[in-house]
Design a protein around this ligand. Structure first.
Ligand SMILES: Cc1ncc(COP(=O)(O)O)c(C=O)c1O
Length: 339
């Protein structure tokens, strides 16, 4: 079995999660009759102290539904220049919502309130209407970096002062909560909507939850249907989500410790030019010489370690539920032997 560090999306359900899935009570969720989905949605809303939630097939769909609900065609969405919603969702901001992105260069994927306030367009017929700010926490391409809650509070204030909505792509928000000790309700108080993935560190085969006020979620439910995301007896999948929210959050700390161990082995290597600060379960490092990332990934593959070269000279490792301490020992020893 290779040690698969390409992404935290590669996990398979644990036997206990599979048991929970197999014994789920289900119904037709488009009729609102799937009891397990209803439990999952209520549970997620309660965790964040928000009114309602919507189970979606993927993080991409949750984010795109939120953007659709918060904007009108011709609007402008403010986000960081490597934000998933902008770079990795197939041009969805334009495709689904007819809106355009205004990108900012942040620090490891994080933007500031001062930056946001600089790019809000004036009320002028020549200009797009700025209507939405989206943040990402943790920031995938920022090496799993976490936001400071105080800075988010300032961004919230700028949004409120300028009638802008604030959405969080919280695909890995639980990683941030575990790493920083911040609380879910603190996020619920700051954002107009939050998407949280179940299919990444939490180890579910599928799913994301969009959380927000009741009226927003009613609108989102309609948009999900239009996007083709209305599911029927998906309670079998939602049961994995309920199980994960109950059992797989605290254990993310192990993934973070594993990432730090791998990073400290990398730090000693001459071929590593730099490593982004490791705050959670993602390690992004730069190797010496352009074009070397592919070669290094190949050498790792020969040792049964899978990683993604995310640019000519950068490699990404992601730790997760299916990476054990013994596997980390092996990764560390392979790194130690590499020149
Ligand atoms: C930060 C972030 N947001 C959203 C997504 C999209 O999730 P999905 O793959 O479920 O569509 C990802 C996926 O990797 C992600 O890293």
């Amino acid at each position: 079995m290779p040690i698969d560090l390409r992404s935290d999306t590669v996990t398979r359900p644990t036997p206990a999660m599979l048991d929970a899935m197999m014994s789920a009570k289900v119904g037709d969720d488009v009729f609102g009759e799937d009891p397990t989905i209803n439990i999952l949605e209520a549970m997620a809303a309660r965790m964040f102290g928000m009114e309602a939630a919507l189970y979606c097939p993927s993080g991409t769909m949750s984010n795109q539904i939120a953007i659709k609900c918060h904007t009108q065609p011709g609007d402008e969405v403010v986000c960081e220049k490597i934000a998933h919603v902008y770079v990795y969702e197939g041009g969805g901001i334009a495709f689904n919502s007819g809106s355009q992105a205004r990108t900012l260069e942040g620090n490891l994927g994080r933007i500031t309130a001062a930056q946001v306030s600089m790019v809000i367009n004036p009320d002028d017929v020549h200009r797009a209407r700025t209507s939405l700010v989206t943040l990402e926490n943790t920031c995938n391409r920022g090496g799993g970096s976490c936001y400071d809650l105080e800075e988010i509070g300032k961004i919230r204030q700028v949004c409120s002062d300028n009638q802008l909505k604030l959405h969080l792509d919280g695909a890995r928000l639980f990683n941030a909560l575990v790493a920083t000790g911040q609380s879910a309700p603190a996020y619920g108080r700051l954002f107009d909507s939050i998407s949280v993935c179940l299919n990444k560190g939490l180890g579910c085969p599928i799913g994301s939850i969009l959380i927000g006020p009741a009226a927003f979620i009613r609108h989102a439910r309609r948009v999900r249907k239009v996007f083709g995301g209305g599911m029927r007896q998906a309670g079998f999948m939602a049961a994995a989500g309920v199980y994960a929210l109950e059992n797989h959050i605290d254990r993310l700390a192990h993934d973070h410790a594993h990432a730090r161990r791998i990073a400290s082995a990398l730090e000693k290597k001459k071929f590593v030019r730099s490593i982004m600060p490791v705050e959670t379960n993602i390690i992004i490092f730069e190797v010496e010489g352009d074009g070397c990332a592919k070669q290094l990934a190949q050498r790792l593959r020969e040792k049964d370690i899978l990683a993604i070269p995310i640019s000519a000279n950068q490699i990404r490792f992601v730790t997760h539920l299916d990476i054990s301490a013994e596997m980390v020992d092996k990764v560390v020893s392979v790194i130690e032997q590499l020149n």
